[in-house]
Write a protein that binds this ligand. Structure first.
Ligand code: XIL
Length: 403
């Protein structure tokens, strides 16, 4: 009944199938490459007027610019330290105030707090007239090895109180702000999947299933903010998250979920003062819609919250290898994004997650397939300004003056 599929036919069919798949992949690859090349404008002007630093340009508009820093880089690299003091008004320890990154770790043992590195970076900041902000008190990452075996639903509240009272209390009155809770909302793609599966879009379902949620319940975020405010009433308290930047289903879902969280916290009288937008950008991302992002920022500001851009960098992971092209596309990404967010008066601060390509976390987190050194930040590995620096400078120069 069925014509016997001869071996020859099967081989021809298989070859045809492989060829079709191959052609499709090549075509898709070609189109994605064309889309990325279209991002490049070799004639775009990145001219900057004058010789002012980023710190000075930001300050002229009532803004602050700064960077994350790993302590040991600061002690080891005098050129980095010099650049950072010249260009920055605020610092955030990339590692030192997390529960556990052995550098040495803040929390090596359940009843040991090692403040040696934090005290050093605070002294450096104060000595140079810089502000310091804390990152981060409650996060599901960088938890100590002893956490899982030590913390349980009976002692979690006490351990959280001990951490916040001890750490925030020690630096009360000396910290610009704290990322009290970091990344408490689910990944955007999970939120989209929940919606497709008709799972109710509410805070309970939107919260990331972190150890803190499991141990303390939905109200852990409010608790953490109240404890922090009690320990240091002078600090600006921030909820910090990522994946809020682009016109994609995932980022749209995340923006809505974060806004819902902020509305919930404000309705409870939680002492929250700002949203931290990490802004880990992708130079190859073409779905950027300034109007949608501005609308989100307006909604956040309408809650009476300030907005801080807390971890800005631009991965060039998917860009072609040509360095001049990469720098141009990265610079345009910086300028397009910052000119959009700085049009919202509630945006007060811009912090890059590192200042030099030499020390970017993206070298490990998003290495390039061609193994070339990544170029995500305003300064190159030799501490020379790049077009990204020009782009940030231009965005500050063109920003409206904050009242
Ligand atoms: C990263 C650091 O840059 C890395 O060096 C470390 O290994 C892991 O954490 N969002 C955050 C930051 O809030 O704390 C993360 O920092 C980057 C993503």
């Amino acid at each position: 009944m069925f014509k016997k599929i001869t071996r020859r036919n099967f081989i021809w069919f298989s070859l045809g199938f492989v060829a079709a798949v191959g052609t499709t992949k090549v075509t898709l690859n070609y189109h994605s490459k064309q889309k990325i090349l279209a991002l490049d404008n070799p004639t775009k002007d990145f001219t900057v007027i004058g010789t002012s630093s980023l710190k000075e340009r930001a300050a002229a508009k009532g803004l602050m610019y700064g960077t994350a820093i790993r302590n040991h880089h600061l002690w080891e690299d005098s050129k980095l330290a010099e650049t950072l003091v010249k260009e920055c008004q605020i610092l955030v320890p990339e590692w030192a105030l997390k529960w556990y990154i052995p550098n040495p770790a803040l929390r090596p043992e359940p009843n040991i707090f090692d403040f040696s590195e934090v005290d050093k970076i605070l002294a450096f900041a104060q000595n140079k007239g810089l502000q310091l902000r804390g990152h981060t008190l409650v996060w599901h990452e960088s938890l100590p090895p002893w956490f899982q075996d030590t913390v349980n639903s009976n002692n979690a509240q006490q351990i959280l109180e001990q951490h916040i009272n001890t750490v925030v209390g020690r630096y009360a009155g000396k910290m610009h702000s704290w990322d009290v809770v970091n990344e408490a909302i689910n990944e955007g793609y999970l939120l989209v999947r929940e919606q497709k599966n008709n799972i109710p879009n509410n805070l309970k379902n939107n919260l990331r299933k972190t150890p803190w949620l499991e141990l303390l319940g939905d109200n852990y975020i409010d608790k953490a903010f109240r404890l922090t405010h009690q320990a240091d009433p002078t600090a600006t308290l921030v909820y910090n998250d990522y994946g809020l930047d682009y016109d994609t289903d995932a980022d749209e879902a995340k923006r809505n979920a974060v806004l819902n969280l902020l509305e919930n916290l404000k309705s409870k009288g939680t002492p929250i003062h700002a949203l931290g937008i990490q802004a880990h950008l992708d130079a190859s991302e073409t779905n950027f819609n300034p109007d949608k992002l501005r609308s989100f920022l307006r909604d956040v500001a309408s809650l009476g919250l300030k907005i801080m851009i807390t971890e800005l960098d631009v991965t060039d992971e998917k860009l072609p290898s040509d360095i001049e092209m990469r720098d141009r596309i990265i610079a345009k990404t910086y300028e397009d994004y910052l000119s959009t967010v700085l049009s919202e008066p509630a945006v007060t601060t811009v912090i890059t997650w590192g200042i030099s390509d030499k020390y970017s976390w993206l070298s490990d987190f998003k290495p390039r397939p061609d193994k070339a050194a990544v170029r995500p930040l305003p300064f190159d590995a030799n501490m020379n300004r790049k077009l990204g620096w020009n782009a940030i400078a231009r965005a500050f120069d063109n920003a409206r003056l904050r009242s």
